[in-house]
Design a protein around this ligand. Structure first.
Ligand code: G4P
Length: 537
């Protein structure tokens, strides 16, 4: 719940907006991201008009597979400035993995942002992936701003789109703009928040729309720009919208109960600037972070941050890992010594990186809300907290029990040790769960969506030169085992066939029967089986 009595943030923090885009594949996330970067001055016009494949490669696609299949397997972060009419904002856009399998990565990405932009295709409305991602945002009451894209094509009726969002997602929708015409006749939008007419330029896709201030919908100058039939329709619809739909309530937006919707066409650069203005004006400032034993406020002088993603082999020439850290408080400067809370060891952060669109560059400084990358050799794990000494642990970054399990073997049996190393690394990255059964050899790998097996197989081959085979596993469910030491030991001894250890050495019970799980809960009241594990030690 949003606390309205919070102190004012230092200007450098207050100007930050950290968000992710949620959408169904093909709704236009990539195109919208490009336009964000374009207006943020982060990429040049010339680069943008090149083939999209090229533009994609320059950003988050480090993996061969992503290039081949056009899916974004790895999340990354991009920072850019946006000068709105009144203020200069710093936007941090965290890329959510785009493939259709929901993964923990996606969930964790959303723990690092303060808001989400939901992109929907005007012809398709709310699609399955959008709904899933929305539900995750809802778990955290994340504020959501909506962009209804592809209005230059035949789209659904505007009221129908709004109704669908309201009904499907159970959130109030308020129109920030209203489309004029549709498909071939789409002229632009009436900006309902600022009373402006925005006209789309079809001839130049990178041109920002002409924006004309109006004295409301009765302004006679509207006749100069809009054919009579469309103008009449616009007036009728807006009148109806004002009667039937709730007015914008900024507080309600911040609490995640209301989403403002902008209509536009990302490919024509239309509506994008208005959306960016909206993110600046109605999007949240960096928020308080839940942690134990106390929460962390962004304005605190001391730096604290947490790892929400680890990515290995970003640069195939260097076997580095980059931990993506969301700064929860303070003003970070390069070279700072931070405490790695899990190990209680100091870490000098000498080469932090900022992800500026197509490049990574050294981060000389960063503020609460920013995402920095910290190259490391495996010390930093997902869920880890870094502070200036205080033993704080950021909470709420869970690890889910995988829903699909398979055995994995190296194609060449002599390479079993190499395989173990590769698997452990992917487990640390959070790309998969890896379980080493107590009895027998080999490993069981668990994922949330089937595509992840393929991704994993291809990464192990690409990054380690190790062809692998997946086999059906006799198990289908995994549960972490906790309890008093003696009780857990007794449990392990009686169930050796089912016991394995995850990459942290924690005990995991594998089974194929829900019945087994129910039985254990009955027979071993001192032992707890859980489907999630908070990623902290
Ligand atoms: P995604 O990242 O959400 O998967 O979507 P992406 O931006 O890749 O867009 C999917 C397709 O929709 C692309 O077409 C893109 O050009 C198109 N598109 C995006 N925004 C708009 C829009 O406002 N209007 C229209 N009409 N189309 C839009 P494609 O054919 O898959 O790729 P390409 O040939 O354009 O590169």
């Amino acid at each position: 719940m949003l606390d309205t009595n919070r102190p004012q943030l230092p200007p450098e923090i207050a100007r930050r907006r950290t968000f992710a885009i949620i959408s169904h594949p093909d709704a236009g996330k990539t195109t919208l991201t490009e336009k964000f970067l374009l207006y943020g001055g982060a990429i040049q016009m010339a680069g943008q008009v090149r083939a999209k494949g090229e533009a994609r490669r320059t950003r988050s696609d480090f993996m061969q597979m992503e290039k081949d299949r056009g899916i974004s397997v790895s999340a990354s972060a991009m920072s850019f400035d946006f000068a709105s009419k009144e203020r200069n904002f710093r936007f941090n856009l965290v890329d959510t993995p785009g493939h259709s399998d929901f993964s923990e990565d996606t969930y964790r990405t959303l723990t690092a942002v303060d808001a989400a932009v939901m992109v929907i295709d005007g012809a398709k409305g709310v699609e399955s992936q959008t709904r899933k991602l929305f539900e995750v945002c809802r778990l955290r009451d994340l504020p959501i701003l909506t962009f209804c894209n592809k209005m230059d094509r035949e789209a659904r009726d505007t009221f129908e789109i709004i109704d669908e969002i309201q009904e499907n997602l159970a959130i109030d929708v308020t129109p920030a703009s209203w489309p004029i015409g549709m498909g071939r006749d789409f002229l632009g939008c009436y900006d309902m928040l600022n009373d402006r007419l925005e006209l789309m330029d079809r001839a130049d896709r990178n041109k920002v729309a002409e924006s004309i201030a109006m004295e409301g919908l009765d302004d006679p100058r509207l006749d100069e720009h809009i054919p009579a039939n469309l103008l009449e329709q616009l007036r009728e619809e807006v009148e109806m919208a004002r009667e039937l739909l709730p007015a914008l309530n900024p507080q309600s937006v911040l609490e995640g109960h209301m989403t403002p919707i902008w209509f536009g066409s990302a490919i024509n650069s239309f509506g994008v600037k208005e959306l960016m203005e909206g993110i600046g004006t109605y999007g949240p400032e960096p928020q308080v972070q839940q942690a134990t034993p106390r929460e962390i406020a962004p304005e605190e002088k001391k730096v604290a941050g947490f790892v929400f993603k680890v990515q290995a082999n970003m640069d195939p020439k260097h076997r580095d890992r980059v931990a993506f850290v969301r700064l929860a408080s303070g003003h970070f400067t390069r070279g700072m010594k931070l405490t790695h809370v899990r190990t209680k060891k100091p870490m000098a952060i000498s080469n932090p990186v900022l992800f500026l669109a197509s490049d990574r560059e050294l981060a000389e400084e960063a503020w609460a809300g920013d995402i920095i990358g910290i190259p490391n050799h495996g010390q930093l794990r997902i869920g880890d907290t870094l502070t200036e000494g205080e033993m704080l642990k950021v909470s709420g970054i869970p690890s889910f029990a995988p829903e699909l399990l398979q055995g994995v073997r190296a194609g060449d049996p002599m390479k079993a040790k190499h395989l173990e190393k590769a698997l452990m690394q992917f487990a640390e990255e959070g790309a998969a769960k890896v379980f080493k059964p107590m009895i027998g050899s080999g490993f069981v790998v668990g994922v949330v969506g089937a595509l992840q097996f393929e991704v994993l197989g291809s990464r192990i081959e690409l990054e380690y030169g190790l062809p692998v085979r997946f086999d059906a596993s006799q198990f289908t469910s995994a549960r972490w085992v906790t309890g008093e030491k003696a009780a857990v030991e007794k449990f392990i001894n009686a169930n050796k066939q089912h016991i394995s250890y995850d990459h942290d050495g924690d005990v995991v019970y594998l089974t194929r029967l829900q019945w087994d799980i129910d039985r254990i809960e009955r027979d071993y009241p001192d032992v707890t089986l859980s489907a999630t594990k908070e990623m902290m030690v």
